[in-house]
Design a protein. Structure first.
Length: 394
């Protein structure tokens, strides 16, 4: 990138690319199919857990969670789930904001599980990889009660690679599923447009979606030699080792460095030097930070002058409603409880909205920040578009 260009100029190229080359009809169809499948699974849970009858006595998510015998923080998952059902269906109404919301059941919802084979069939016609998105949803529905009631740490273990049996499930969900891989592809495009040589530090790299897409893009563009070092980090040694085994040989020897990094702890104490990195990158990892603004400040200290962060993230919208993947993510007690809330940039757990990211960037002190693609450019073409790249300059 020409250093005299600012983000808004590059945003235009990125948006044009996203519209013309990234989002095809399959993405749009699959996003809709996934949304329908989520509701079918939620209705199944609603019926199986007898939520209709329980809500006649327990009107809030907190009360419902107690009635179900769920863990202390389970209401944080139940609330957006019920809100989503109330927004999409007439069998339940919601009245009020946040956890004060009162849910009023109108009637028992119909069992829609007979529609799932048809949804799966249509998804499969888009290509086998698309089935991974439904498999992950199914995994979430199957383990919902286990995580919420019987084994509170189960999903935390799955999401940090400590459940051997489900390693492949998570790998497919983060790499094979095209609706998810799109985050890595978008992030890599932003990296290609903004990277100006030097080292890249990836946070929460997990199963390697970011590393693979970034280095493949730079390799294909004949620019891999510009990468002094790609420092791949995660809190999970298991993920680091698996990703190293899978991907290291694909890139020139010594391009990658593998390092444990807990983004919630002091980075210098974890051998991350200050002021030396050109770019900090994350795919659906930045929202994991307990304190969003402090995390961004840590990024600023780690970057060289003029250094850039690129966070490819699912964006929360509508605000109070459960996003498709949250049927799984909200089963993690870390996801429900760790984030330190703030009304201006962190009103909820898990994913942030576009405006929250931008406010957090401003408070952290970045000199320039933006969200790509352009806000309204895809609203007619792909209204359900859920993936964005947050870019910010030191
Ligand atoms: C949603 S996953 C994203 C993984 C990967 N970037 C991808 O898109 O496939 C979040 C990742 O953050 C990691 N993680 C969780 N807590 C963390 C922490 N405190 N510090 C660093 N990474 C963390 C998890 O191990 C996991 O790999």
């Amino acid at each position: 990138m020409d250093k005299s260009e600012n983000f808004s100029t590059t945003r235009h190229s990125f948006t044009t690319w996203a519209k013309n080359q990234l989002f095809d009809n399959d993405h749009r169809v699959a996003t809709k199919l996934l949304d329908s499948a989520v509701d079918v699974h939620l209705i199944n849970l609603y019926r199986d857990l007898d939520i209709h009858n329980k809500l006649t006595k327990a009107a809030t998510a907190v009360q419902l969670s107690e009635a179900l015998g769920f863990s202390d923080s389970a209401h944080i998952a139940l609330q957006p789930m019920l809100k989503r059902l109330a927004n999409h269906h007439s069998f339940i109404d919601a009245d009020g904001p946040g956890l004060d919301c009162q849910f009023k059941p109108n009637q028992q919802p119909d069992d829609l599980s007979h529609t799932l084979p048809g949804i799966t069939d249509r998804m499969g016609k888009l290509g086998n990889d698309y089935l991974a998105t439904l498999e992950f949803l199914n995994f979430g529905a199957t383990h919902f009660v286990r995580s919420m009631r019987d084994d509170h740490e189960f999903m935390d273990r799955v999401l940090t690679g400590q459940e051997k049996e489900f390693e492949e499930t998570w790998h497919r969900a983060t790499n094979t599923d095209p609706l998810q891989d799109i985050h890595g592809i978008m992030g890599a495009k932003a990296v290609e447009l903004l990277f100006d040589g030097g080292s890249i530090l990836e946070v929460g790299g997990g199963t390697g979606n970011g590393l693979r897409n970034n280095l493949d893009a730079l390799l294909n563009a004949g620019r891999i030699a510009e990468v002094e070092k790609y420092i791949f980090t995660d809190v999970s040694m298991q993920f680091i080792l698996n990703t190293k085994r899978e991907l290291a040989a694909r890139y020139p020897k010594d391009t990658c460095k593998w390092q444990l990094l807990n983004i919630n702890k002091d980075w210098t104490e974890q051998r991350v030097p200050k002021g030396e990195v050109s770019m900090i990158y994350g795919v659906n990892a930045a929202h994991i930070a307990m304190h969003t603004v402090d995390f961004m400040k840590e990024c600023i200290e780690t970057l060289k002058p003029g250094g850039i962060v690129v966070f490819s993230e699912r964006i929360r919208r509508p605000l109070e409603e459960m996003a498709p993947r949250e049927i799984v993510l909200n089963q993690s007690s870390y996801h429900r409880t760790a984030a330190i809330r703030h009304p201006e940039y962190r009103p909820q757990h898990a994913y942030l909205a576009r405006e929250h990211w931008l406010r957090a960037c401003e408070l952290a002190g970045f000199s320039e920040y933006d969200s790509w693609p352009h806000e309204s450019s895809l609203s007619d073409y792909f209204p359900e578009q859920y993936a964005r790249v947050i870019v910010a300059r030191k």
